[in-house]
Design a protein around this ligand. Structure first.
Ligand SMILES: Nc1ncnc2c1ncn2[C@@H]1O[C@H](COP(=O)(O)OP(=O)(O)O)[C@@H](O)[C@H]1O
Ligand SMILES: [Mg+2]
Length: 704
């Protein structure tokens, strides 16, 4: 019953009472003189309708008892029968005991000691206006009119209507005709606030006899007695659990949740700290993006959150948390999820999922990159799946290698830095290394000044680059000649020193150098020749191939030093790099050619960037690839990896948290970090779908 209805009923009841009083007595003297009216019915109506419409607290009972005692003391000496003393005794008992209870109690009744509960409940029954003043009314009226008089019967009938038919319920029924919602609101009460975990999360003990059902992710509202301005807070039920045989819920309140209900009309005033269910929820996407709240042991670089959402998330997903007073949007990327059991009191347990995410930072849209943020979100801050951003513009020097999974946040690489400061692409077979690298090479080639030489012993590149018509650096005729010479040199060098044909060796060496130098010069100078693929020849032994490769590197490096490659930048691509630059302990002792090839490539790795010669190293495992070269790669793109050496090597590079995700990366997903990347934090990204040419066997060499 709301206040308006109560006032209407107060007026009606009083008018009706005065009319009945007037008609049974013939005048209005009862208004001032008669005990049944002044101390009985009038107080009954006033107190039960105005002061204590729902129930009487200890303080109400105290006031009722004092009021009753004072009106009893006005009774004349002659009327003070034994009934009078019973009443007076009762009122004194009520006044004193309620006063004591008021001081003793400091918790909700349910939690009080048993005897306190007992006396409080008894007092409420005896001390409520309906009981106390009905008794006075009946006593006064019988005393005045006699039990069988018409006057008494009239008044009794009215009292019966007022009491037995229960005016408050009639009022509710009538009220529902005017205002349907107000009644629903009353039924919406769920429970009472019992504790606060940080500023925005409330623990609520549910009323056992609540009418409204409650589930996780329902919305609720309440006014919190500690708030200065009594604002109506809106919240989200995160969790419901059983503790000490009682049901509890956890409620999160945030400005974002309040915003959902901004346009809703404000409801009538609630009782403080009582939580009500909101039934009419405006259309909202809130639950699609809300995924949980920050929990303990989060730090600046890495947050931990309790996952609690209808939305599914996965590794690599980008999250958003508002941090600090200014509520700055800071982004995090999921790297871990684990289940946990939290023990509540009395062996009650609850299962949790804890997620972990590393900080990428704040997003700077102008600079199209993430920037580290220097602080940690507060506990219980809500965590959201990040929303998409406006499209970004990148310069011609940059290339978007992919995006953060599930978002449109671009991962951008600076092509020049990637080339000159060497890049490594790592990952087990079939994860997309070669496709990614070839796509990157095509991007390099957008710049007219760049020449690419692929050392590809897998035979894959020629076909995939058929459309670019790869050039042959050394003509087919000279190629054959050179191989024969390498074979001859190899066998000659196996002889004892004094048996070697030193003169011929020198001549051949001279020829090899000048042929390679001339061929490379031509390749670099010819504008049409942009890309060359150096393949495994049909015949020849490994030592010769490696020696050939070495001489090629050497010749190029000499040209780089002396001629600056005629104004070009050159990228050497080492596909399946362990065949070209193996780690030293994987090299056979006799394998001198392999070692000297490694040395000349290492020289490029160490000094190449001075002369604009860069490497693109593609390898499966870090273990068997030369660390001398690998550690010179300033940018690393790592696809899925399982082995321990790789994960150790890469966790030094990326940091432990994100390197742990390496075994779980999906197809086409990789971790990127390093000098060439615009954002200077390692992150998981997704390579877009790349459609390559079908293998084409017959392609045209450009003869040069
Ligand atoms: N970005 C991509 N888009 C579409 N398909 C891809 C992509 N990356 C890899 N693939 C597919 O996966 C196969 C293996 O990729 P590849 O790059 O050869 O693996 P790796 O070099 O790591 O062994 C390719 O033949 C191609 O069909
Ligand atoms: Mg490959």
């Amino acid at each position: 019953m709301n206040r308006r209805t109560r006032l209407i009923f107060l007026g009606l009841s009083l008018i009706l009472l005065v009319i009945i009083g007037r008609s049974v007595q013939g005048n209005f003297s009862f208004l001032l003189n008669d005990f049944w009216f002044t101390s009985g019915f009038l107080l009954l109506i006033l107190l039960s309708l105005i002061d204590q419409p729902h129930f009487s607290k200890d303080s109400n009972v105290f006031i009722n008892a004092v009021t009753a005692a004072i009106s009893l003391l006005l009774v004349e000496q002659s009327d003070r029968t034994w009934m009078f003393w019973v009443f007076l005794g009762s009122t004194f008992y009520l006044a004193i005991s309620s006063y004591i209870l008021m001081w003793l109690r400091n918790q909700p009744l349910m939690n009080e000691r048993k005897w306190v509960q007992f006396f409080s409940r008894i007092n409420r029954q005896i001390g409520k206006p309906e009981t106390l003043f009905s008794a006075f009314f009946l006593w006064g009226a019988i005393k005045q009119f006699g039990l069988n008089s018409n006057e008494f019967n009239c008044l009794l009938l009215y009292w019966v209507i007022f009491m037995i038919l229960n005016l408050s319920s009639i009022a509710s029924i009538l009220n529902s005709l005017f205002e349907k919602k107000a009644i629903e609101k009353l039924d919406n009460s769920l429970g009472i606030i019992f504790g606060v975990q940080s500023k925005n999360t409330f623990l609520v003990k549910l009323f056992p006899d609540r009418k409204a059902s409650i589930n996780s992710f329902d919305f609720v509202e309440f006014t919190y007695s500690v708030d200065n301005a009594k604002t109506l807070r809106k919240g989200l039920v995160l969790d419901s659990y059983l503790l000490n045989q009682e049901q509890w819920i956890k409620v999160l309140t945030t400005p974002e949740i309040s915003k959902i209900f901004e346009d809703q009309p404000a409801y009538e005033k609630h009782s403080d700290d009582i939580v009500y269910k909101i039934k009419e929820i405006p259309d909202t996407k809130y639950l699609d993006s809300f995924i949980g709240i920050i929990t303990t042991k989060s730090n600046i670089g890495r947050i931990r959150f309790i996952y609690n959402s209808k939305t599914e998330i996965q590794e690599g997903q980008l999250l958003e948390v508002k941090v600090g007073e200014k509520q700055i949007n800071v982004y995090y990327q999921i790297v871990e999820g684990e289940t946990k059991i939290e023990t509540l009191e009395n062996k009650n347990e609850t299962g949790l999922i804890i997620g972990e995410a590393i900080q990428l930072g704040t997003w700077n849209h102008e600079k199209t990159r993430f920037e580290k943020y220097g602080w940690v979100p507060s506990i219980n801050s809500p965590v959201y799946v990040s929303a998409d951003i406006k499209d970004v513009e990148i310069t011609s020097k940059e290339f978007k290698i992919g995006k953060i999974p599930g978002t449109n946040f671009p991962v951008i690489i600076n092509k020049e830095l990637a080339l000159t400061h060497h890049t490594a692409v790592l990952g087990v077979t079939g994860t997309g290394k070669s496709v990614f690298s070839r796509n990157l090479i095509r991007e390099y080639l957008e710049d007219e000044n760049i020449k690419v030489i692929c050392i590809d012993f897998t035979g894959e590149y020629k076909g995939k680059f058929a459309d670019l018509s790869p050039a042959k650096i050394v003509s087919a005729e000279n190629d054959q000649k050179l191989y024969r010479m390498f074979d001859w040199v190899a066998s000659e060098l196996e002889k004892f020193g004094n048996q070697q044909d030193k003169v011929k060796l020198k001549k051949i060496d001279e020829f090899i150098r000048s042929t390679l130098k001339d061929s490379l010069t031509e390749f670099l100078k010819e504008p049409k020749a942009r890309l060359s693929v150096f393949e495994l020849p049909d015949v020849s032994n490994t030592a010769s191939i490696l020696e050939y490769t070495r001489q090629l590197f050497k010749a190029l490096f000499d040209l780089a030093k002396t001629e600056k490659c005629f104004g070009h930048k050159v990228c050497f691509v080492l596909e399946e790099a362990h065949t070209v630059i193996p780690e030293w302990n994987f090299v056979g002792i006799a394998d001198k050619s392999s070692q000297s090839l490694l040395n000349s490539i290492a020289q490029i790795a160490l000094q190449g960037r001075k002369y604009d010669v860069g490497l693109l190293v593609i390898a499966q495992r870090t273990a068997n690839v030369s660390k001398t070269v690998l550690t010179q790669c300033n940018t690393i793109i790592a696809f899925q990896e399982f082995d321990k050496t790789s994960s150790e090597f890469l966790s030094n590079y990326f940091g432990q948290g994100i390197a742990n995700t390496l075994p779980n990366l999906k197809f086409r997903q990789a971790i990127a970090a390093g000098k060439a990347l615009k954002s200077n934090v390692p992150m998981i990204f997704e390579v877009p779908e790349i459609i390559e040419l079908k293998e084409q066997e017959d392609y045209n060499d450009i003869p040069i």
